[in-house]
Design a protein around this ligand. Structure first.
Ligand code: HEM
Length: 511
């Protein structure tokens, strides 16, 4: 949300034009105001005409989640902000999340209208995450879960993970040789996760150069769909023609990069004898065959690109961000690192830790849960919207509102956690303070969301975080590059919440 400010100042203003537009917008807003003033929305900071709270936010100099934290102190568990034309309701407590996403789950399971850039990249809302709650969403989601993410399917991809983990440890060793032991955490972990997901998605093992190229394409897509000022003030879109042109180029490049893999897979299914190196099964295969409710035609290549990109993006940044924060916590707390290593050593002995060991690694599981509580990779769920007007906490929620669930506030609610700000995996040992991540038995933390739209990759995401951390801690002792350095825990909101300064860590191989 920060990026639009700089682009605005660089735009070439035409004063007369802007004034006329402002007048028209004011009239429009006034009419909208008359209509909306009858609605009993949750309270919130008074806004300015046209822009609402947009400039108050930008002038606060804070990141979006910091601004929201401040407003929570003033307005309580549920409040409204007006960002230009967008009305956003923020929910910050477990009780209200339960009311919204479990008790009234079907009504709050929709997604808001998209801007024109997002529509290009979602093939007009043809993805699991963007589709409205209805037949298309059901078909796409059911396919993704049952064919790729169920526990049986996950087990079938065991070999892919073993290869990726061995490669990860080797990469750390190689990097450390030329840097006196200092390695970049997120870069290598991201690469490992991406290797797994590309293999599952396209059914091929790829060389490093190809994987890096696809990853760069995916990252440029994520940056292109990030919010801009004209998402909030659509009439300013005239000043963003260059960005819209750029978005089309990024889309073309995304299609150009991924279509060859789609064609290759098609041809290898048609002629299995030609390439024996390909995997027996991939996400693409399921999409080739999928019948989407309410559609007669099969998917176009552009739609296949969109769905494959969703699969790759959904699990890469989230997982690698979590691991980076995890290693930062281990460096900050050598005692926690020692306990984790002891847990692995006493459970698996001298052999390499395997994903089948994970259910027995009690401390590792507690550590990962605490990691996802304290550092949910995204601070908000994806935006929800309502299919029909509904009441929440006694307030009106009309259909034009976007709902944001503030995950860190929910996971640090002092009514539900002892010493909530403290990073302490022990809280999950011996059932002292447990939490059901699905929210069905009550909500205390929800790093994957809850209800109808809960992350379908929850099992895979948790498995990857557990496995990567176990392998990294078994192979190396982790410390700060210079033993005196304090880890900087400040955050930067991009798509996930990253460490402001990407973590550099010193590794010492364990003997
Ligand atoms: C640690 C890892 C992960 C975390 C923390 C995470 C978190 C989330 C969150 C917070 C949401 C939004 C839920 C909502 O809107 O209420 C979500 C949705 C989603 N995630 Fe994940 N995710 C992770 C891994 C994955 C993986 C591995 C995949 C697939 C390969 C995936 C695919 C998706 C999809 C498709 C959605 C949209 C669901 C829908 O709208 O029905 N995620 N995830």
């Amino acid at each position: 949300m920060d990026t639009w400010i700089s682009s605005l100042s660089s735009s070439n203003y035409n004063l007369f034009f802007f004034t006329t537009i402002s007048f028209l917008v004011s009239a429009l807003f006034f009419m909208k105001y008359l209509r909306r003033s009858k609605v009993n929305l949750p309270p919130g900071p008074p806004g300015w005409p046209i822009v609402g709270n947009l400039f108050q936010f930008s002038r606060s100099g804070k990141q979006f989640f910091e601004y929201i934290k401040d407003l929570q102190q003033i307005y309580g568990p549920i409040f409204t902000i007006q960002m230009g034309t967008r009305t956003i309701v923020i929910i910050t407590t477990p009780e209200l999340a339960h009311e919204a996403l479990i008790e009234k789950g079907t009504i709050l399971a929709s997604r808001p209208k998209e801007n024109s850039t997002r529509t290009i990249f979602s093939s007009n809302k043809f993805t699991v995450n963007s589709a409205d709650y209805g037949p298309v969403w059901r078909s796409l989601r059911r396919n993704m879960v049952s064919e790729m993410l169920s526990s049986t399917r996950l087990k079938g991809f065991y070999g892919v993970r073993v290869t990726a983990m061995d490669r990860l440890i080797d990469r750390f060793k190689t990097e450390a040789e030329s840097t006196q032991g200092v390695v970049s955490v997120i870069k290598n972990v991201r690469f490992a996760v991406f290797c797994i997901l590309t293999s599952l998605c396209f059914g091929v093992e790829m060389d490093e150069e190809t994987i890096v190229k696809i990853d760069e394409t995916m990252q440029s897509v994520l940056y292109t769909v990030m919010p801009r000022l004209d998402d909030y003030l659509p009439l300013l879109s005239l000043f963003y023609l260059k960005q819209r042109k750029k978005a089309k180029q990024v889309r073309e490049n995304q299609i150009k990069t991924l279509v060859p893999f789609i064609e290759r897979r098609r041809s290898s299914i048609a002629n299995p004898e030609l390439d024996t190196t390909e995997a027996k099964f991939s996400y693409l295969d399921t999409l080739f065959e999928l019948k989407v409710e309410g559609r007669k035609s099969s998917m176009s290549n552009a739609e296949l690109v969109t769905l494959c990109s969703e699969f790759l993006n959904g699990g890469t940044d989230t997982t690698s961000t979590a691991v980076e924060w995890g290693i930062a916590r281990l460096i900050q707390n050598p005692e926690i690192q020692r306990k984790l290593y002891e847990d692995i050593k006493s459970t698996v002995g001298d052999r390499v830790v395997d994903e089948k060991d994970i259910p027995n690694l009690v401390y590792l599981n507690a550590f990962t849960k605490e990691l996802l509580r304290k550092h949910p990779p995204t601070y908000f769920t994806l935006t929800h919207s309502v299919a029909e007007p509904v009441k929440l906490a006694g307030y009106d929620i009309p259909t034009y509102v976007g709902l944001e669930f503030f995950l860190t506030a929910i996971a640090e609610d002092p009514k539900h956690w002892s010493d909530p700000v403290q990073f302490n995996p022990d809280r999950f040992l011996c059932g002292k303070e447990d939490a059901d991540l699905t929210g069905i038995r009550g909500v205390k933390m929800m790093p994957f969301g809850i209800g109808r739209r809960i992350c379908p990759g929850m099992n895979m995401g948790t498995l990857h975080v557990n496995l990567i951390i176990a392998r990294m801690v078994q192979a190396f002792e982790w410390c700060a590059p210079d033993d005196a350095t304090e880890i900087d825990f400040s955050e930067k909101l991009v798509f996930t919440v990253l460490m402001r300064n990407p973590l550099q860590a010193k590794i010492k191989p364990r003997v």
